[in-house]
Write a protein of this length. Structure first.
Length: 115
Protein backbone atom coordinates (compact mmCIF):
# COMPACT_ATOMS: atom_id res chain seq x y z
CA UNK A 1 0.00 0.00 0.00
CA UNK A 2 1.19 3.49 -0.67
CA UNK A 3 0.37 6.60 1.29
CA UNK A 4 -1.71 9.11 -0.62
CA UNK A 5 -3.76 12.26 -0.18
CA UNK A 6 -7.49 12.06 0.41
CA UNK A 7 -9.27 13.25 -2.74
CA UNK A 8 -12.34 12.66 -4.87
CA UNK A 9 -15.57 11.06 -3.69
CA UNK A 10 -13.98 9.60 -0.53
CA UNK A 11 -12.90 13.10 0.55
CA UNK A 12 -16.42 14.33 -0.24
CA UNK A 13 -17.87 11.48 1.85
CA UNK A 14 -15.75 12.40 4.90
CA UNK A 15 -16.57 16.11 4.48
CA UNK A 16 -20.31 15.33 4.23
CA UNK A 17 -20.23 13.12 7.35
CA UNK A 18 -18.34 15.79 9.31
CA UNK A 19 -20.85 18.44 8.14
CA UNK A 20 -23.74 16.29 9.35
CA UNK A 21 -25.29 16.43 5.87
CA UNK A 22 -27.29 13.26 5.10
CA UNK A 23 -28.11 14.17 1.49
CA UNK A 24 -24.48 14.91 0.60
CA UNK A 25 -23.36 11.74 2.38
CA UNK A 26 -25.87 9.49 0.60
CA UNK A 27 -25.01 11.13 -2.75
CA UNK A 28 -21.47 9.72 -2.46
CA UNK A 29 -22.81 6.14 -2.84
CA UNK A 30 -23.85 4.21 -5.95
CA UNK A 31 -27.51 3.08 -6.02
CA UNK A 32 -26.57 -0.57 -5.39
CA UNK A 33 -23.71 0.07 -2.95
CA UNK A 34 -23.26 -1.79 0.31
CA UNK A 35 -21.89 -0.84 3.69
CA UNK A 36 -20.50 -3.33 6.19
CA UNK A 37 -20.42 -1.38 9.44
CA UNK A 38 -18.61 -3.63 11.89
CA UNK A 39 -20.38 -6.78 10.62
CA UNK A 40 -23.78 -5.14 10.04
CA UNK A 41 -24.70 -5.04 6.36
CA UNK A 42 -26.69 -2.28 4.61
CA UNK A 43 -27.39 -2.93 0.91
CA UNK A 44 -28.79 -0.39 -1.53
CA UNK A 45 -29.27 3.35 -1.33
CA UNK A 46 -32.45 3.21 0.81
CA UNK A 47 -30.82 1.07 3.53
CA UNK A 48 -27.71 3.27 3.40
CA UNK A 49 -29.88 6.40 3.71
CA UNK A 50 -31.49 5.00 6.91
CA UNK A 51 -28.06 4.04 8.30
CA UNK A 52 -26.65 7.53 7.56
CA UNK A 53 -29.67 9.29 9.08
CA UNK A 54 -29.74 7.23 12.29
CA UNK A 55 -26.14 6.28 12.99
CA UNK A 56 -24.02 8.93 11.35
CA UNK A 57 -26.04 12.16 11.35
CA UNK A 58 -28.29 11.10 14.24
CA UNK A 59 -25.31 10.31 16.45
CA UNK A 60 -23.44 13.44 15.28
CA UNK A 61 -20.50 11.34 14.12
CA UNK A 62 -17.30 13.06 13.08
CA UNK A 63 -14.34 11.37 11.49
CA UNK A 64 -10.72 12.44 11.92
CA UNK A 65 -8.59 10.91 9.17
CA UNK A 66 -5.24 9.81 10.55
CA UNK A 67 -3.80 7.96 7.55
CA UNK A 68 -4.75 7.37 3.91
CA UNK A 69 -3.49 4.45 1.83
CA UNK A 70 -4.14 3.37 -1.73
CA UNK A 71 -4.37 -0.40 -2.17
CA UNK A 72 -4.81 -1.42 -5.82
CA UNK A 73 -7.25 1.42 -6.40
CA UNK A 74 -9.17 0.99 -3.14
CA UNK A 75 -8.82 3.65 -0.46
CA UNK A 76 -7.99 2.55 3.08
CA UNK A 77 -8.44 5.11 5.86
CA UNK A 78 -7.31 4.82 9.45
CA UNK A 79 -9.64 7.13 11.33
CA UNK A 80 -10.81 8.21 14.77
CA UNK A 81 -14.58 8.41 15.30
CA UNK A 82 -16.35 10.76 17.70
CA UNK A 83 -20.01 11.54 18.30
CA UNK A 84 -22.91 11.18 20.71
CA UNK A 85 -23.28 7.39 20.29
CA UNK A 86 -23.30 4.99 23.25
CA UNK A 87 -19.70 4.64 24.44
CA UNK A 88 -20.32 1.77 26.85
CA UNK A 89 -17.26 -0.52 26.87
CA UNK A 90 -15.54 1.55 24.16
CA UNK A 91 -12.04 3.04 24.49
CA UNK A 92 -11.56 6.81 24.70
CA UNK A 93 -9.95 6.84 21.24
CA UNK A 94 -12.23 4.93 18.84
CA UNK A 95 -9.99 3.91 15.97
CA UNK A 96 -11.47 2.23 12.90
CA UNK A 97 -10.30 1.22 9.46
CA UNK A 98 -12.52 2.19 6.53
CA UNK A 99 -12.11 0.35 3.22
CA UNK A 100 -13.64 2.19 0.24
CA UNK A 101 -14.14 0.78 -3.27
CA UNK A 102 -15.05 3.39 -5.87
CA UNK A 103 -16.33 2.82 -9.40
CA UNK A 104 -17.46 5.51 -11.86
CA UNK A 105 -17.04 8.24 -9.25
CA UNK A 106 -19.30 6.67 -6.58
CA UNK A 107 -18.64 4.53 -3.51
CA UNK A 108 -19.76 0.97 -4.31
CA UNK A 109 -18.65 -0.58 -1.04
CA UNK A 110 -17.55 0.63 2.37
CA UNK A 111 -16.29 -1.70 5.08
CA UNK A 112 -15.84 -0.22 8.55
CA UNK A 113 -13.76 -2.36 10.89
CA UNK A 114 -13.27 -1.64 14.61
CA UNK A 115 -9.56 -2.00 15.36
Amino acid sequence: MKETDLTGIVAEHIDAINAGDPDRTVATFAEDAYVNDNRRIFVGIDAIRRWVAKEMVGDKVTIEVREVQDHYGDTVLWVAYDGTFDRTDLPDDILMTNYFSVRDGKIVSLMIIFD
